[in-house]
Design a protein around this ligand. Sequence first.
Ligand code: SF4
Ligand code: SF4
Length: 374
Amino acid sequence: MGSNGSDEPREDYPIARGRSLTLFSEDLLYALSRCIGCGNCNTFCQVFFLVDQREKLSPRAWIRTSSMVGLGQVKVSVEYIESLYACTQCSLCRNSCPVGLDPFALIMSSRKELIDQGYVPPIEVAALPEEVVEGSPLLPGPHWERNKWLPRDMPRSGRYLFISGAWARSAPDSAVASIELARRRLDLFVADREPECGLILRLAGYLDQYRELTGEMLALIEDLSPVGVVSGCPARAESLRELGVNALHPVDLLVEESPSARRKKPKVALIPDPLARSTSKAAEELLQSVLGPEFLGSLPRFSASCGHLITFRSNPDIVRSLFLTALKEAEYMGASEAVFLNPLAFALAREILRGERVRVKISELSQTLLKVLS
Ligand code: SF4
Ligand code: SF4
């Protein structure tokens, strides 16, 4: 899949060629122009389906407006940029298009090309690159630096390097749970210091900064030469795997064992991670093995990752509303617990739903597994 979000071979793009007023690259304009406006992607979109159901916030609307903006037919407005960041990058629309477009990729590319042209994302999103590089808190609520939550007996050398991320400062309980699950099976260690994870910057459109941070991460791994890397974030583990690193999430370690619960089993609905599709599938298999019929499956129209933090920073009401609707769906399924696979999405949900009256408890997968398997 190219950055233009299409599997189609590139043809001459007749409209933009030779025009200096176009804002976006020809590749992106060409892909945007191929949208036939059928709206099939809208029916998959969590923002459209769960929050809006009007044409204002939907992949079809974002593609149509991006096409006009990219061609210079309408001016870039604050409303357009804000609306583009309402997409949570949940990727549910990826395989929905009859002409083979990938709305998820087109929206991400539009964000990137706007930034390349000097347009600034919503202020709280624009603050992300500096905050990520400096290791500042990314989420609302209390924070714990690594030396406050890392188990004191955690070795500084070993065979498998454990990496955490910004989420661990907001959900240290999830970080400790994923370490506990992994180190019962592997010789785990941590580096004295690790670079921040830049995945969130890629989603926000800051591709160069993402590449820089990923380069630092790869350099650290090469320097320490572990047998493998374990990450408590499935999206980070899968993105490192794509780069050739032997990277694992605790789910990958447990799924082979087919364990079963030792404690009272909660009725669980899983909230998958759209950036970690194979781990999401493995998590379903694992929960089926651990919980049996008490595992009710994944939520059908909702998945969550660090993309939700980007949308929260630009459109907080949308994310709050999405989380509340998702929990209602979990309740409707009969769940007592909605379990997030992505720890940053869990930390965000826990913080913004604090004080809300919800019937379904929220948890994160490593914590749930540690509890029912111990
Ligand atoms: S990535 Fe998710 S939120 Fe964004 S347009 Fe697609 S379905 Fe909608
Ligand atoms: S499904 Fe494809 S062609 Fe239809 S509106 Fe969405 S992007 Fe356009």
